[in-house]
Ligand binder design. Structure first.
Ligand SMILES: [Zn+2]
Length: 476
């Protein structure tokens, strides 16, 4: 009988925190910038400099830990992870090994079999390294320390996931919670969220874990899914052929759809970690922790419940809107301005989702403001513009966040209220389409739709279709 295998997956997720300054100095964390302009003696590892912890980093790490049901370590320390690499000028990375800030938590994910808890082993704070740029043209490597010292948290899960779907559900949950906290924008493509996948396989029914490999360089959910499938197959093939899986770090090449070995996996002892002597331990006292708990924002579950009570919109809408913090914010702000939850929801659910998909954008990339959306809703409500013009204005607003009132004015898109002009157009359409007129008079309801369309065309789309319909019926 063929052996059945089970996949065991744990994740190490690095998240770049949204602080304005770096973890141990006052340099900017802004993305981009000319190489080595966001640097100082501290983050370039000059001798004699001293790091000072950015309090906001601790606050974000604790907030994330609380959201993920972790125990907060009341006496926590930083350690040095020693290694040489040109992107790491200190020759060590300040991280946490012995006393990480958060431990023993969990997050709940939805799976096909229902809710499932994924354990959080720990969350620790650390600094990011610089970036090496390999210039093949000049045959040299350049180093940019702008990223050196940017604060990270590393969220280490328990090996609780069993397939790619669970991994994606877990990552989406993390991303959503962290975005709700405002602790990071969590963009995989830009590297503000990075996932390393630890994967092993074992025969179904066995307790002991197989030998695991770690995969890096996964910068999209699609790449993560494909890497998991590929690595599972590779390990099973090895075992079936009577070979052993080697514990190593592998790099996933998404273009080729295969992974290759980078280096044999080091264990913690290879780094000779030791407590950082330059940073005092952090003592988290009760009152500060209580303050942090009180400051936790309303998360998705809370919002879903409140939306149901407060706004009369369908559950399906609530689910989509609250799945993204910025979509929820946009919804609430716009409703505050125009007081019409269902209409705001409709614009988000239909046109916004359509354009996001067409443009290949995420909700985080939405540029239009709540006040402009509220203005557009008012223009349509007061019948200043008709619904097809409103869609056109919305699209322009989606792309450039311009003021819809000004846009309508400048482009001359207002619905024509001049009864005389409308009447003239209707008369002309009736005269030009005797066949449809006859059809309508013989009871073919469809014919009226055609005549309305012709009149709208004659009015260059700037008439109220309801009114056109009414007038046509009256005149026939
Ligand atoms: Zn600096």
């Amino acid at each position: 009988m063929k052996k059945q295998y089970e996949t065991v997956i744990g994740l190490e997720v690095h998240v770049e925190l949204a602080t304005k300054t770096k973890i141990f100095c006052a340099c900017s964390t802004a993305f981009g910038g000319a190489p080595n302009t966001h640097t100082c003696p501290v983050c370039t590892g000059m001798p004699g400099t001293l790091p000072v912890l950015n309090k906001q980093v601790l606050e974000y790490a604790v907030a994330v830990g609380l959201a993920m049901n972790c125990e907060i370590t009341r006496y926590c320390k930083f350690d040095r992870k020693n290694y040489f690499y040109p992107d790491n000028p200190q020759n060590y990375q300040i991280s946490q090994l012995y006393l990480p800030i958060c431990r023993n938590g969990y997050v709940e994910i939805e799976t096909e079999e229902g809710k499932k808890k994924v354990g959080i082993h720990e969350i620790h704070m650390e600094e990011d390294a610089g970036k090496l740029i390999h210039d093949e043209w000049e045959g040299c490597s350049l180093v940019d320390y702008n990223r050196s010292g940017v604060p990270l948290i590393e969220i280490v899960s328990e090996p609780d996931m069993r397939d790619a779907k669970e991994v994606i559900a877990y990552l989406e949950k993390l991303r959503m919670m962290i975005q709700y906290l405002g602790a990071s924008d969590c963009k995989l493509q830009e590297g503000s969220m990075r996932a390393d996948v630890n994967l092993s396989v074992r025969e179904v029914g066995t307790e002991a874990f197989g030998t695991r490999t770690e995969m890096k360089n996964l910068n999209s959910f699609r790449a993560i899914s494909r890497a998991i499938e590929g690595e599972r197959e590779r390990q099973i093939e090895l075992l079936e052929a009577g070979n052993a899986v080697i514990q190593e770090t592998r790099r996933w090449d998404d273009a080729k759809g295969e992974s290759y070995a980078m280096r044999s996996k080091e264990d913690a002892q290879d780094y000779r970690y030791f407590p950082d002597p330059d940073l005092p331990p952090i003592e988290v006292d009760e009152s500060w922790l209580e303050e942090m708990k009180a400051k936790q924002p309303e998360f998705r579950e809370g919002k879903m419940k409140r939306y149901k009570e407060e706004y009369d919109i369908p559950e399906y809408d609530i689910e989509i809107i609250t799945a993204s913090k910025c979509m929820a914010d946009l919804f609430e702000e716009t409703v505050k301005l125009c007081g019409q939850p269902k209409k705001v929801s409709n614009w988000l659910m239909v046109e916004t989702l359509r354009l996001l998909k067409e443009r290949g954008m995420e909700p985080e990339d939405i540029r239009f403001s709540p006040s402009n959306l509220a203005k557009l809703i008012r223009l349509a409500d007061e019948k200043v513009i008709n619904s097809s013009v409103a869609k056109e204005v919305f699209e322009a607003m989606f792309d450039n966040d311009m003021d819809p009132e000004k846009y309508v004015e400048e482009k001359g898109l207002k619905t024509v209220c001049d009864e005389g002009a409308l009447k003239k157009a209707v008369e002309e359409v009736i005269a030009a389409n005797p066949k449809s007129v006859e059809d309508y008079r013989n009871g073919k309801e469809k014919a009226i739709g055609f005549l309305v369309g012709q009149t709208m065309k004659a009015m260059k789309g700037k008439a109220d279709p309801g009114k056109v319909n009414e007038m046509l019926r009256g005149m026939l």
